[in-house]
Design a protein around this ligand. Structure first.
Ligand SMILES: [Mn+2]
Length: 187
């Protein structure tokens, strides 16, 4: 069903996703795979709670779709996307690999990302599953949400503009009108 009425691929500079919770039954792996197959990016930030180690310690759950998410992410790294993993609280065991570099995949406890417009972004790990962009005393706070309930991402376009993508909603809208930023037309 997800293959039909797919929106045109998006060419983005950076995609931030967090709280995927692979290994947990509530993970929306199918929708995330669908999203990942429709975006191309230079940078992919995995901002915490990517693998739900806590949940897996309680009961083992690892369907093929969860494998596919990891394979898709590694595939993007292989094709040139820089993947930065900032472990969260459910996958804190990976924090001991701070600074590890596996080709295009790196693990960091925190990371300063330079936006296309020169802005410096401190990449805070997941935890709060609510997507929002808010100005707090002159500092822009961005939360990319999660892939358990809201299925949202924070993205930076080629000009450095930040916005939230609600993937289920964007798919819905794409049925009536093509969405902006098809591959090759981004600035
Ligand atoms: Mn979480």
């Amino acid at each position: 069903m997800l293959e039909r009425n797919a929106p045109a691929p998006l060419r983005l500079r950076t995609v931030f996703i967090s709280d995927i919770h692979l290994g947990f039954k509530g993970c929306s792996a199918g929708l995330l795979l669908d999203f990942l197959h429709h975006v191309e990016m230079d940078w992919l930030f995995l901002v915490g709670d990517i693998i739900d180690v806590w949940s897996m310690q309680k009961s083992m759950f690892w369907p093929q779709s969860h494998n596919n998410v990891l394979r898709t992410i590694l595939g993007k790294a292989k094709r040139g996307t820089k993947v930065i993993f900032v472990p969260g609280n459910h996958d804190e065991v990976f924090r001991e690999f701070d600074g590890a570099v596996f080709g295009n995949l790196e693990i960091h406890r925190e990371y300063i990302h330079r936006g296309a417009d020169g802005r410096r972004m401190l990449v805070v790990c997941g935890h709060i599953h609510r997507a929002e962009i808010r100005d707090i005393n002159g500092i822009l706070y961005c939360n990319d949400g999660d892939w358990v309930e809201s299925c949202t991402s924070l993205v930076e376009d080629m000009n450095g503009h930040l916005r939230l993508i609600d993937w289920p909603k964007m798919r819905e809208q794409a049925r009536v009108a093509p969405i902006a930023l098809p591959v090759g037309q981004a600035a």
